[in-house]
Design a protein around this ligand. Structure first.
Ligand SMILES: Nc1nc2c(ncn2[C@@H]2O[C@H](COP(=O)(O)OP(=O)(O)O)[C@@H](O)[C@H]2O)c(=O)[nH]1
Ligand SMILES: [Mg+2]
Length: 402
C-alpha cells in the first residue's frame, strides 16, 4: 500500500542529501578553509623498534622455568651484530631499526582533525529549486493534487533552505519536515461510532442516519456492509436502505450482504423513488428502535445533472446526520473532482477511500481531504467485511515511511 510514493520520497531526500555541497568546515581568521592540522609531535619522540627480534627462549612447561634456546640465540647474535656497534651497545641502532613518531592523543591538533570531519551543509534557494521541480513531478505522478504538491514544496523550502544541517542528518531532517507538513495537510477524522452513540443516548431516540454517495463501482455497497458489520461489533444496531433502485442487481446485492450480516434491508422495486426507500428505512428504524440507518445510493456520474439532483432529493427528504462520499483511492485527481461535485450538491461530511490495498501511489489519500477540507474517515483495504481501517494520520505517515 502506497509503496511508490514512499519509495520516491525516500529517494528524493537521499539524493538531496548526497548532492549537497559541504560548506562549513573550520576556517582560519581570513575566512579560508583551514587545512586539518598535523598532529603535534612529542619533543622527545618515543622510539619504536618495528623489527621484531625473536626471543632466544623456549618455554618448558614441565619445568616451569625458561631455558635458553641456543639456535635462536646465535640468530639473534648475528642480527644484533649488523645493527649495533660493538662499543658496549650504547649507540643508537643505525640501519635496520626504524623510528616511528607517535602522535600525542588528546592534543589540540588531534581534536581539530576530528571536528573538520563533521560536515555541515546548507541548501541554497537555487539548489532547492532544482530539486523542487523533480519533487513536484514525483508528487504529481503519484496522484498528489497540484495545489497540495505546491503547498508541500513551499513549506519544505521554508523549513530547509538556508538551514545549517549536519550532512549525515540531512535525510532525516527532510523526512521530519515532510512528516510535519503531511500531518498538517491531513484533516483529523471524527469517530463515527462515537457520534452515533452520542445521538442515540438522547431521550428522543432518533436513529442516526448515514447517506453514502459516489459514482458507480467505487465500492459503496461493499463499504456499507463493512460499516454495518463494524457497528454491530460496537453494539450499534443497523438497518440498510436499498436506495440504489437504478442499477441492475443492486437490490439483490445488498440483500445478500444483509442476510450474511443478520441485518434487515428495506427495499422497493427497481425504478422507484430512492428518497422514499430512505424515508421508509428511517421510519422502520424508529419503530423498531434500530440505532442507525445506512442508505445506499445509485452510482452516478458526478457530471450528470439529473442524477445529482436525485441525490440532493434523497438528502433533503432523509436529512442524514452524516453524508459520506465513497471514492476509489486509485483514481487520483478524478476522485477529488467527484468529491467536490458531491460536496457542492449535498455538502459531504467525510470521505471513505476504497481499494487502498491496490493503490501503490498514495497521493489521493494525501490530497483529497485537503482539497475538499473534509476528513478521510476510513480506508477500504480489500473485499472482506473486516477489510476496512479507521483512517489514522500517524499510521498513514508511517505507511509513507516517514
Ligand atoms: N480491492 C478492493 N476491492 C473493493 C474494495 N471495496 C470494494 N471493492 C470491490 O469493488 C467492486 C465494486 O463494489 P460495489 O460495492 O458494488 O460498488 P458500488 O457500485 O459503489 O456499490 C466489488 O467487486 C467490490 O468487491 C476495497 O477496499 N478493495
Ligand atoms: Mg452499489
Amino acid at each position: 500500500m502506497f509503496n511508490k510514493l514512499k519509495e520516491k520520497l525516500k529517494n528524493w531526500a537521499k539524493k538531496v542529501s548526497e548532492k549537497s555541497e559541504v560548506i562549513e568546515s573550520p576556517r582560519n581568521d581570513s575566512g579560508e578553509p583551514e587545512e586539518p592540522e598535523k598532529p603535534e609531535v612529542e619533543k622527545e619522540p618515543k622510539k619504536i623498534i618495528e623489527k621484531e627480534i625473536p626471543m632466544p627462549m623456549k618455554f618448558n612447561a614441565g619445568m616451569k622455568k625458561y631455558e635458553p634456546d641456543l639456535e635462536k640465540l646465535s640468530e639473534v647474535e648475528k642480527l644484533v651484530e649488523g645493527t649495533i656497534k660493538k662499543d658496549g651497545g650504547k649507540d643508537k641502532p643505525e640501519k635496520k631499526l626504524e623510528i616511528k613518531e607517535q602522535p600525542k592523543p588528546g592534543a589540540k591538533g588531534f581534536f581539530k582533525k576530528i571536528t573538520s570531519k563533521i560536515n555541515k551543509v546548507k541548501i541554497s534557494e537555487k539548489e532547492f529549486d532544482i530539486y523542487a521541480e523533480e519533487l513536484e513531478m514525483l508528487l504529481l505522478e503519484n496522484n498528489v493534487a497540484l495545489e497540495v504538491a505546491e503547498k508541500i514544496i513551499k513549506e519544505l523550502k521554508e523549513k530547509i533552505v538556508g538551514q545549517e544541517l549536519l550532512k549525515k542528518e540531512i535525510e532525516g531532517e527532510i523526512a521530519d519536515a515532510f512528516k510535519e507538513i503531511i500531518k498538517d495537510i491531513l484533516i483529523e477524522p471524527f469517530d463515527l461510532g462515537e457520534k452515533i452513540k452520542e445521538k442515540i443516548s438522547d431521550q428522543a431516540r432518533e436513529p442516526y442516519v448515514i447517506l453514502f454517495c459516489g459514482i458507480n463501482g467505487t465500492g459503496k455497497t461493499t463499504t456499507i456492509a463493512k460499516i454495518a458489520d463494524s457497528l454491530k461489533h460496537q453494539g450499534i444496531s443497523c438497518v440498510l436502505a436499498a436506495a440504489d433502485t437504478f442499477r441492475a442487481a443492486s437490490i439483490e446485492q445488498i440483500k445478500i450482504h444483509g442476510e450474511k450480516l443478520g441485518v434487515n434491508v428495506i427495499s422497493h422495486d427497481y425504478g422507484s423513488d430512492p428518497a422514499s426507500v430512505g424515508f421508509d428505512a428511517i421510519k422502520y428504524a424508529k419503530k423498531n428502535f434500530i440505532d442507525c440507518v445506512l442508505i445506499d445510493t445509485a452510482g452516478r456520474m458526478h457530471t450528470a445533472k439529473n442524477l445529482l439532483k436525485e441525490i440532493e432529493k434523497i438528502s433533503r427528504v432523509c436529512k442524514p446526520d452524516t453524508k459520506i462520499f465513497v471514492g476509489e483511492s486509485i483514481t487520483g485527481n478524478d476522485v477529488i473532482e467527484q468529491a467536490r461535485s458531491f460536496d457542492w450538491e449535498i455538502g459531504i461530511d467525510g470521505i471513505i477511500l476504497t481499494k487502498a490495498d491496490i493503490d501503490e501511489k498514495g497521493g489521493t489519500a494525501l490530497s483529497v481531504g485537503y482539497v475538499t477540507k473534509k476528513p478521510i474517515l476510513y480506508l477500504g483495504t480489500g473485499q472482506e467485511y473486516d477489510a476496512i481501517e479507521v483512517f489514522d494520520k500517524q499510521k498513514f505517515i508511517k505507511t509513507l515511511g516517514l
